[in-house]
Design a protein around this ligand. Structure first.
Ligand code: PLP
Length: 383
């Protein structure tokens, strides 16, 4: 019987991608717009590196898309999270609450600040940080001393909460921000996967003080490699631009730097590529929504297909199906990949990996349940 189910899923995928036998990747980029033209412009201008008109254009476009006042281009999404955390006030020895179910970059960025992640469970309906689990953890473990939140278990200050919008589906970010405010904790959104996703009509990343996006090759739009910080706070924006560009004090020719900065600049070449990609975002979003709806329509009777949560408009970056148990999921992963249809399990939960094994966490019940059952299926933009 199982093979019938697996065959049916593979047939639906192959029909949608109009491919009878070729390899179908999980998510490949589409360069259908002005990519070559803009990259040629950059080469002709000789400004291939970290100064150039496309960096500025990209930043303006990101403000236009997200509605944020300021956008700062970075070399990748991980560096954007790192700087966002620093901007939110995370310091050495602090703790940052995040989800156990995420990509490793989320937790790595916390460690780059010499802070420790604490892993909180996710919400089954959104796959992102659970406000319920967050509140429970805070109620049980956090005490306010002079209005500064400390974790009673570790004695450390909790400096930020870092929720992630998994596979582009907005988490319950308004509830998370409200809970964080009760405890006087900053929120930083890891919006790496959620460009083009809205919650209650507002773009993801605009609920927190500051947020990070990724433009890696597998994301909905790509710079080859690239990232972006957004914020409405002029001071944070100014500092983020400064610190990501080697903390150079502007001067016509002198090299003066006023603190230890980072070379987290996005090259103009990459900015040209992603600017051309952003021009196509509305088209990509339409195609991805259509694909997701086809999956939902054709597969929902056989298997659970993840649908955008309440109050959300998701970019449907990666489509997700949920099997009944771990064995069925494992069998499908083997079966589909053997058939040259690329599918992937969810990430290794953060605390399963050696560098995060000793970190504090809650019961992680939903994360473990999802880890056992979830599979991502091909989700590239279709013409
Ligand atoms: C892709 C991704 C990142 C990192 O982005 P890079 O551009 O690859 O550094 C961070 N967090 C999440 C959740 C991601 O999916």
């Amino acid at each position: 019987m199982k093979n019938n189910l697996f065959d049916k899923i593979i047939t639906v995928i192959r029909n949608l991608f109009k491919s009878e036998e070729d390899f179908i990747p999980l998510h490949e980029p589409r360069f259908w717009g002005n990519e070559k033209k803009y990259i040629n412009n950059v080469i002709d201008s000789t400004f291939v590196s970290s100064v150039g008109e496309y960096v500025d254009k990209f930043e303006s476009k990101m403000c236009e898309i997200t509605g944020a006042k300021y956008a700062i281009a970075t070399v990748n999404g991980t560096s954007a999270i790192h700087i966002s955390l620093l901007a939110a006030g995370v310091k050495e020895g602090d703790e940052v609450l995040t989800q156990g179910l995420t990509f490793v970059a989320t937790a790595n960025a916390i460690k780059y600040c010499n802070a420790d992640p604490v892993f909180i469970d996710v919400d089954e309906r959104t796959l992102g940080l659970s406000p319920f689990a967050l509140k429970k953890y805070l109620q049980q473990n956090i005490e306010l001393r002079n209005n500064v939140p400390y974790n009673k278990i570790s004695g450390k200050k909790v400096a930020a909460i870092l929720p992630m919008h998994t596979f582009g589906h907005p988490c319950k970010i308004d509830e998370i921000v409200e809970i964080a405010q009760e405890y006087n904790i900053s929120v930083v959104e890891d919006a790496a996967e959620s460009l083009g996703s809205y919650y209650k009509g507002k773009h993801t990343g605009t609920f927190s003080e500051i947020a990070a996006f990724s433009f890696n090759g597998n994301k909905i739009t790509t710079a080859g490699g690239g990232g972006c910080i957004i914020t409405n706070d002029a001071k944070l924006a100014k500092w983020a631009k400064h610190i990501t560009t080697t903390a150079k004090v502007p001067h016509a020719f002198e090299y003066n730097h006023d603190e230890i900065g980072y070379n987290y600049r996005m090259p103009n070449l990459n900015a040209a590529l992603v600017y051309a990609q952003l021009e196509q975002l509305p088209k990509f979003l339409k195609s991805k929504r259509k694909l997701a709806n086809e999956y939902i329509e054709k597969l929902s009777t056989e298997v659970t297909v993840f649908q955008e949560p309440e109050f959300s408009q998701s970019n449907y970056w990666l489509n997700t199906i949920t099997f009944n148990d771990k064995q069925e999921k494992d069998e499908f992963l083997s079966f589909s990949n053997e058939q040259k249809v690329m599918t992937r399990p969810i990430w290794n939960l953060m605390w399963r990996m050696p560098m995060f094994a000793d970190c504090l966490k809650d019961n992680q019940k939903v994360a473990v349940k999802l880890e056992e059952r979830i599979v991502n299926i091909p989700s590239s933009v279709i013409e």
